[in-house]
Ligand binder design. Structure first.
Ligand code: IVH
Length: 668
């Protein structure tokens, strides 16, 4: 690679990684696995080294996490919270040990302590004269969010310390959710039609960052202490001693081992890899630390992580099971997906019995058949997937599952559009599977947001014929409903109230709830902002529609098609008859202290986490004027990836230039 392309790739990686940090730390909804993240981070670190130029402070290789949310008070950590470098092979552990031997004096005894790497989120708890004063999340490593009220209900954290402890003392560790609590929580969430968490770590993060501490308390979080910040040096002289003493103070600590060389570390790692599935909490590797604090000091830290510690990560957990059936699942827009139904197995702490096979091409490529022994994997955040089939030899296997020609639910013909991987049911709303998904989407949090209207209820209502189209949500026969098992008076009146209270709805939510193909939340918001009324949207021509930034030909066609269909118009009419009132888009109140108020802003380049149009809307809502060209009147240029002439012009004019990370901070 030449210097230019290295620089280009560095730029790209920084943007991507910042985006992933935001999704992980702020949204609690990572899109890639830890392994994929680590790979990108390593590539960036390598390139930065190759380039040999000073690395800016805000490069993801130099920072930890993301600047905290503003809903919670910020807390500056007395001593910054570092992160750990990762290793993925024995060789990397050998390198780690060699580096220590190179730095420390010859023949100096070197002992390592091994601790499991708990998969949760790091917390710093500050005690003054033995009393807990506050607890904060790691945030960006320098400043975190104050979550003291929420921390108080976490098991394994004493509120006060006794005996000989430093006057000012920071104790650090991981807040996590046990596998059992995680499963119980998700079951509850699902029944209530609320968000289901991808894994225990997201569940822990989401639960800790609740503004209502009683919700956190109901979520059953736990804690393991593994480090100190301020005051640590005077409290203990080695990691082993530190953990023992923290244990005596009432902190929960993990099982640890002292190891004398790399051979012992390899063995220990293997032992724990086997032990991992039987633990009642998730771990994603082993942490090896130099035990002696004096030696730790000598070794010091590089950028974001100490030289004396490393996380030896486990590979994604893979297990074998048998495919019992291949079934077809029909989604909201009619897409039919093959699903492998398997003998239930425990993968990385979660019982798995179904895994998507994505689409018919994928099914053919992996050649998975009923009766096959398969390898399945659940890598951190990712939904379970079939890695491969282990069965070979045609004579021992049943035939491949045929691609359905008719919808498995409603029997309508199946079609495949040109250039698309998906096959689709043509049954539309007469297909009960599509209708069920439509209803779930319609009442979901970003749609009509009807509390207590969960998936199960939606399915039963369709199965029992109480709902024939989305409008029927507002025309439920409560008398029939009250004869159903589990439908007590209180439940019914709550549901009725929830439905009534949502009949007044903002246009953007309404458009989104209709579930028109290709119209997601951002597009729905743009449409609502632009047209203001349903009437105007309904009567917009293709030209009117594509005038809007993120509306292309495909979206426009889909909208026009939707509003042309007679049955859709009937459904809309019914909703209005039942009392639904669509409100023009609410004008968001401007926070007069927001740094963007009155500023003239130009957006250029592409962003990985937000659509330009959506950014524009949000910027306007914060009181900024969004202009299209850079001039001497421009206050700020927000430059995404591949920013070109506007960036150059802004630099010439001395206009302030910020990146996507800053944009996201302003908008959250
Ligand atoms: S020590 C100076 N020990 O892993 C090093 N971290 O990737 C501070 N973690 O931020 C961390 N178990 O959230 C340490 N036994 C353990 C850990 C552990 C989990 C987490 C922690 C940290 C992250 C680093």
């Amino acid at each position: 690679m030449n210097v230019d392309s290295i620089q280009q790739r560095i730029h790209e990686l920084r943007g991507t990684l910042k985006g992933h940090n935001y999704k992980y730390y702020v949204l609690d909804a990572p899109e890639i696995t830890d392994e994929e993240y680590d790979q990108l981070l390593r590539e960036l670190a390598d390139l930065e080294q190759q380039l040999g130029k000073p690395v800016p402070n805000d490069s993801p290789t130099q920072t930890v996490g993301f600047k905290p949310d503003t809903a919670f008070q910020s807390r500056k950590h007395a001593v910054p919270m570092l992160s750990l470098a990762n290793a993925f092979s024995d060789e990397e552990i050998s390198d780690f040990v060699r580096r220590h031997k190179d730095i420390l004096a010859d023949n100096e005894p070197l002992i390592y302590i091994a601790e499991p790497k708990v998969d949760g989120l790091a917390i710093n708890i500050y005690y003054e004269f033995g009393q807990m004063v506050y607890a904060a999340t790691r945030g960006d490593g320098i400043t975190g969010e104050d979550v003291t009220d929420n921390i108080r209900s976490v098991a394994g954290i004493p509120w006060s310390l006794t005996g000989n402890v430093p006057d000012k003392f920071e104790v650090r560790g991981e807040v996590y959710m046990s596998k059992a609590s995680f499963q119980a929580l998700n079951q509850k969430q699902q029944e209530a039609g609320e968000k289901v968490f991808a894994n225990p770590r997201n569940a822990a993060a989401g639960s800790l960052r609740q503004l209502d501490a009683s919700i956190t308390a109901s979520r059953k979080l736990s804690f393991f202490a593994y480090a100190t910040g301020l005051g640590g040096d005077e409290f203990a002289s080695s990691q082993n001693e530190l953990l023992q003493k923290l244990g005596q103070q009432g902190f929960a600590i993990q099982e640890t081992a002292l190891l004398k060389d790399e051979q012992a570390m390899f063995k220990h790692y293997q032992t724990w890899m086997k032990k991992r599935p039987s633990l009642d909490y998730e771990i994603d590797g082993m942490v090896f630390k130099v035990n002696d604090f004096k030696q730790q000091k000598l070794l010091g830290a590089v950028a974001r992580s100490p030289r004396w510690a490393i996380a030896y990560k486990f590979p994604a957990e893979e297990v074998e099971t048998v495919v019992e059936a291949i079934t077809w699942q029909v989604g909201r827009t009619g897409v039919i997906t093959p699903v492998a139904n398997m003998k239930p197995v425990n993968v990385a702490g979660v019982m798995v019995s179904r895994a998507t096979l994505h689409n018919i091409q994928e099914l053919a490529r992996k050649d998975v058949r009923v009766g096959d022994r398969v390898v399945i994997r659940r890598a951190g955040d990712v939904i379970p997937e079939v890695v491969k089939s282990l069965s070979i030899g045609e004579e021992h296997r049943v035939e491949s599952t045929p691609v359905p020609e008719h919808c498995p639910v409603c029997d309508a013909a199946v079609e495949q559009e040109e250039g698309e991987a998906a096959i689709r049911c043509t049954g539309g709303l007469s297909c009960s599977a599509q209708l069920k998904e439509r209803i779930k989407h319609f009442v979901s949090r970003d749609g009509f947001d009807i509390e207590g209207f969960g998936s199960k209820l939606a399915e039963s209502l369709v199965d029992k014929g109480l709902i024939k189209n989305i409008a029927d949500v507002f025309n439920l026969d409560y008398e029939v409903l009250s004869t159903w098992e589990g439908m007590g008076e209180k439940k019914i009146s709550n549901l009725q109230q929830a439905i009534e209270s949502r009949k007044n709805i903002a246009l953007s939510r309404f458009i989104y709830a209709l579930g028109i193909r290709h119209v997601g939340q951002a597009t729905a918001t743009s449409l609502a902002q632009h047209f203001q009324t349903l009437y105007a949207l309904q009567h917009a021509s293709e030209e009117d529609l594509i005038e809007i930034n993120d509306v292309g030909k495909e979206v426009a066609a889909s909208l026009i098609h939707f509003f042309m269909e007679e049955h859709n118009l009937q459904v809309l009419e019914k909703m209005f008859k039942y009392g639904v009132q669509v409100q023009a888009e609410e004008v968001v109140e401007i926070d007069s202290n927001h740094p963007l108020v009155g500023k003239t802003v130009v957006i250029t380049g592409s962003f990985s986490n937000i659509k330009r149009n959506q950014a524009k809307i949000l910027l306007q809502q914060q009181g900024a004027k969004v202009a299209s060209a850079v001039s001497k009147n421009t206050d700020i240029l927000i430059a995404g990836e591949k920013a070109g002439s506007k960036l150059k012009k802004a630099e010439e004019l001395g206009v302030q230039v910020v990146d996507e990370a800053q944009l996201l901070l302003w908008l959250t």
